[in-house]
Design a protein around this ligand. Structure first.
Ligand code: SF4
Length: 485
């Protein structure tokens, strides 16, 4: 990394250090932010006092200092932090001339403010004013957040919320590893001989769950990964039988299986899932361009995606989701246009539009580092690509129903789930909005006990498949500790 690609960031108040870093990174996505004081290179120093926010900076040939009064002096830590984040945004906007679509919001769930305000009976105008004036969110994103929060509120009220629970089952195997993947996933061929053992570990966990949650309504089941359909039809059948043995489905509103990779889907597997009562599946293209699929190591073709989709329809699935990623290497507006055109013809019941976020554990991180300096593989107009995708989604009659943001997300944008009438992914809302306990079983999963909006406990399992299996009793003991009712 070149020295002039570094920006030294020093934050005098440790309490805000992380939020400050996140917001600075949004303004300088291409710079490596070094969290230390160094006034010889490019730097930004943030000092927070009770009455002022002081920013001193030097980068790209500009250097100066700015001092802004806090909105109101307060002893309340949250108000104090909000005031400084507000000032930091104003300072960075003044210095760079850049406005961010999500303004000063850096969190994963920007819709939660709208949901809280709906709960407090605030009007639409008050909610939009909060986003646009207090947090500098663009008009379009503010409206998006509000419409999603309204849909989420209606769906959540139809579930058992805090009184019920949802079950997540992780299958950490895939046909091959995608370049952008940061999930726990092992090559299914390599693990073939231990899959039965993995399934029996899942059964041990399921047996604990059915005892601990006896009498509590189970609202949704979500099998993700990895690629659950990387399992053979026989293995999937075993898994489905286990689930049937250990769960009470009277209150079940949704049963999703992320079929994911089209190259793992067969007629036989779809029949197993359908017969087991799976109500929603995902067939994920990510892109409808063969060249990109090759580049990102997906090892399947667009034709296989189309075939898998039709196969799922023929098997009787009337709720099929598809996932796409905007901003993949070598893709620009033209490629997004092609993807969206082809998806409109397939007409999935829901579509999740992701913006590429390069995670630390993804192979893409090293791949990018290895590129020659002048090789530009990422388009620099993520907002335009998103506009194209959202335009098609609208024509397809799908409405936004859940949203989340990630670190290092392209263009300060977002990931949004869109769905047709009655096809909303309920689990996605319950999980993302933290309004229900999610018991997660399998390697590399995180369970969340949600008793109220402010009482949330977590426990995880080993992020290594072999470690998970070898220590299954410990994995269950962690859950016993979290789920003492
Ligand atoms: S299919 Fe999904 S989980 Fe599997 S390697 Fe690709 S991104 Fe990762």
């Amino acid at each position: 990394m070149l020295e002039d690609n570094k920006l030294y960031l020093f934050c005098q108040d440790e309490v805000f250090e992380y939020e400050t870093y996140l917001l600075v990174k949004e303004f300088f996505p291409k710079k490596e932010i070094m969290r230390q004081k160094n006034e010889t290179g490019a730097f930004l120093i943030c000092e927070y006092t009770k009455a002022h926010t002081k920013i001193t900076y030097s980068f790209d040939g500009k250097s100066d200092g700015l001092e802004l009064d806090v909105l109101e002096e307060s002893t309340d830590e949250k108000a104090y932090k909000n005031s400084h984040m507000h000032n930091l945004y104003v300072a960075l906007w003044t210095i760079t001339g850049i406005r961010l679509p999500w303004g000063s919001l850096t969190g994963v769930r920007p819709t939660k403010f709208a949901r809280e305000m709906i709960g407090e009976k605030k009007t639409e105008e008050e909610i939009l004013r909060f986003y646009e004036e207090d947090r500098f969110v663009s008009k379009d994103k503010a409206k998006l957040a509000l419409s999603i929060a309204q849909r989420e509120t209606a769906i959540i009220s139809d579930t058992d919320g805090f009184d019920g629970y949802s079950l997540y089952i992780g299958i950490p195997f895939c046909p091959s590893r995608c370049l952008y993947c940061s999930f726990l996933s092992g090559p299914v061929l390599k693990w073939q001989n231990r899959i039965e053992e993995y399934l029996s570990c899942l059964e041990k966990e399921l047996s604990f769950v059915s005892g601990a949650f006896a009498g509590k309504p189970l609202n949704t089941i979500y099998i993700g990964g990895g690629t659950p359909t990387a399992l053979s039809a026989e293995e999937l059948k075993l898994l489905m039988e286990m689930i049937r043995r250990h769960t009470e489905t009277a209150s079940l509103a949704e049963f999703t299986v992320e079929a994911g990779r089209p190259d793992s889907i067969t007629k036989e597997k779809l029949t197993v899932l359908k017969q087991a009562g799976v109500s929603r599946i995902s067939v994920n293209p990510q892109t409808m361009n063969d060249e990109t699929l090759r580049l990102i190591g997906r090892n399947h073709t667009v034709a296989q995606t189309v075939d898998a989709f039709h196969m799922a329809r023929e098997a009787g699935f009337d709720n099929i989701n598809m996932d796409i990623i905007l901003g993949l290497p070598s893709e620009g507006c033209k490629e997004v246009e092609k993807t969206m055109k082809e998806l409109s013809i397939l007409s999935p019941d829901s579509l999740t539009v992701h913006s590429l976020a390069i995670k630390r554990s993804a192979g893409m991180k090293d791949w990018v580092k290895d590129l020659k300096d002048n090789e530009e593989v990422f388009a620099d107009d993520p907002a335009k690509m998103m506009e194209i995708a959202y335009g098609y989604v609208d024509q397809m009659g799908l409405k936004p129903y859940y949203l989340y943001r990630q670190k290092n997300i392209a263009g300060n944008l977002e990931n949004v789930g869109f769905a047709g009438e009655g096809k909303i992914g309920i689990y996605n809302i319950l999980m993302m909005e933290e309004v229900q306990t999610i018991v997660a079983i399998g390697a590399g999963t995180v369970s969340k006990r949600v008793d109220s909006p402010t009482q949330i406990g977590r426990c995880d399992t080993a992020k290594d498949i072999a470690l998970y299996m070898d220590n299954i009793d410990d994995m269950i003991a962690r859950k016993q500790e979290l789920f003492r009712f």
